[in-house]
Write a protein that binds this ligand. Structure first.
Ligand code: 5AD
Ligand code: SF4
Length: 473
């Protein structure tokens, strides 16, 4: 599949994933809800907040939509394909609803925000449309919709961060968790729908973030990923202590919880990532050596049209800076091929910049015009689809080569790996990640390790996507 490759931003394996309830939950609730999530980590994280709000009002989760009283789709609008997937999915629920007329169907997230009441006109079976800042009102909306009234709340907020809501953990690995630190985005990249679907940027109370991370650690979690559309512009006035907490401070506060709690973060904007963040990473071993730094294009002209506010050279200088302060730092990026007016030489600039940065991994997309964005209003989507796809293919091919080369360099090295669970292919192997975020698979060999353990692994082989190792002596 070309539109996007496996990604942590948009983890293709997780698209449409259903909420998995803990076994202890069954029987505790009056009614059942089923939720599927699409899009970025932020959306998956929001589904955990929604699960928490619903549990409070008597709804327990089920993975089986045929027995659900309430079916929710937490949707994404970032590319047209994401929206098409959801529309197709709704077709299935149409049939199920015919058999179970009492079942309510709600559309949450970015598509709800983008389409608002129009969704109800276009998709008759939908009972509720709820935007990303309106989840607290879900219980009331369910009552309204249950009474036969279609319910919509797509109000965006300047304050909502759901800081006080303790999310119900969706992905049951029990080792790694996502913690939302801010919402919305003020950047206005011209291709991007996010500022319209998720509203103005706001940072969550740092005290509540640290408390959530401490709580996760107490419950056995070993890794937290701090999430935001643009984490480097985190800014929280700590009035009690008469100071401002920026992202570097926040990282430090979380890193100090315990040296055995790993910290990751996503996503960084090249214009905002400060040296102070890099120095803080260098000071704490438990802040992982990995930065996801979306470049989008390697051409200064295109970057300008994208309103990214940096040049090719400026981006390269940031890469140099990262590697001078953190020489073993893993790097990944997001790239869009075929943005408006992109010429062959712009595309070659992108390939050249990829070679320069030598990314370990990239999330690669072709440009998909989104209604209402700056680019849709200002520029013509004039690169033919076949050209977009051919360029994307070249980008993917180059990234595959770079990933394999980078992984080969790791053969012979020893890494500390946090075990996340069984390898997907074999229960005889463990799967985990090193600090650089690379997936490492190695045989269990009868050892009495368990998930959540840190272990030293020597890398003996690799593919482009995985390091293959064995327990170091
Ligand atoms: N078309 C294609 N890709 C897009 N992205 C955001 N908007 C679009 C679009 N209109 C990509 C960017 C962003 C990632 C999350 O999705 O690369 O960083
Ligand atoms: Fe996430 Fe953006 Fe998709 Fe919304 S539109 S789910 S913010 S990627």
């Amino acid at each position: 599949m070309l539109e996007s490759l496996s990604s942590k931003v948009h983890d293709e394996e997780r698209q449409g994933e259903a909420y998995r309830p803990a076994t202890t939950e069954s029987g505790k609730f009056r009614k059942k809800f089923y939720i599927e999530s699409y899009g970025c980590q932020m959306n998956f994280s929001d589904s955990e907040i929604v699960a928490s709000i619903l549990q409070e009002s008597g709804y327990g989760a089920t993975r089986n939509y045929t027995e659900a009283d309430l079916v929710l789709l937490n949707t994404c609008s970032i590319r047209e394909k994401a929206e098409v997937t959801v529309r197709n999915r709704l077709q299935l629920f149409r049939q199920i609803k015919e058999d179970r007329p009492g079942m309510l169907i709600g559309v949450l997230g970015c598509m709800a925000e983008r389409l608002k009441g129009k969704f109800l006109e276009e998709e008759q079976l939908v009972d509720m449309v709820v935007g990303p800042d309106a989840y607290r009102t879900l219980p009331g909306l369910i009552v309204e919709a249950g009474g036969g009234q279609k319910a919509v709340n797509v109000l965006l907020s300047r304050e909502e961060t759901y800081a006080d809501i303790s999310p119900v953990r969706l992905d049951g690995n029990g080792v790694t968790a996502f913690v939302s630190i801010m919402r919305g985005c003020n950047n206005m990249c011209s291709f991007c729908v996010v500022p319209f679907t998720r509203g103005r940027e706001r940072s969550r109370d740092a005290v509540s973030i640290v408390r959530e991370c401490e709580d996760l650690f107490r419950r056995g979690f070993k890794e937290v990923t701090l999430l935001g559309q643009n984490v480097d512009s985190y800014y929280w006035p700590d009035e009690a202590n008469d100071r401002v907490v920026d992202f570097a401070h926040l990282l430090e506060m979380v890193a100090r919880i315990d040296p055995s709690l790993r910290i990751r973060f996503s996503t960084s904007h090249p214009k905002d990532i400060t040296d102070e963040v890099l120095y803080t990473m260098a000071r704490y071993d438990n802040i992982c050596r990995y930065i996801h730094l979306p470049v989008q294009s390697g051409s200064t002209r295109i970057l300008q049209l994208m309103n990214r506010t940096y040049t090719r050279e400026w981006y390269m200088a940031r890469i140099d800076r990262i590697l001078s302060i953190l020489p073993d730092c893993g790097l990944s990026t997001d790239i869009i091929s075929g943005f408006c007016t992109e010429a062959e030489e712009d595309h070659l600039d992108t390939l050249g910049l990829m070679e320069y940065a030598r990314y370990d991994m990239s999330y690669m997309f072709f440009y998909s015009e989104r209604p209402g964005t700056l680019a849709a209003r200002r520029y013509q989507d004039d690169v033919p689809e076949a050209v977009k796809k051919r360029r994307l293919e070249e980008i993917v091919r180059l990234q595959n080569r770079l990933s394999l080369e980078k992984n080969k360099q790791d053969v012979g090295r020893i890494y500390t790996v946090l075990i996340e669970g069984d390898s997907k292919k074999s229960a005889g192997d463990w799967r985990g990640r090193n600090s650089q975020n690379k997936m490492v698979v190695f045989p269990k060999n009868g050892s009495d390790l368990q998930k959540g353990d840190y272990v030293e692994v020597k890398i003996v082989d690799c593919t482009g996507a995985t390091l293959i190792g064995r327990l170091a002596e």
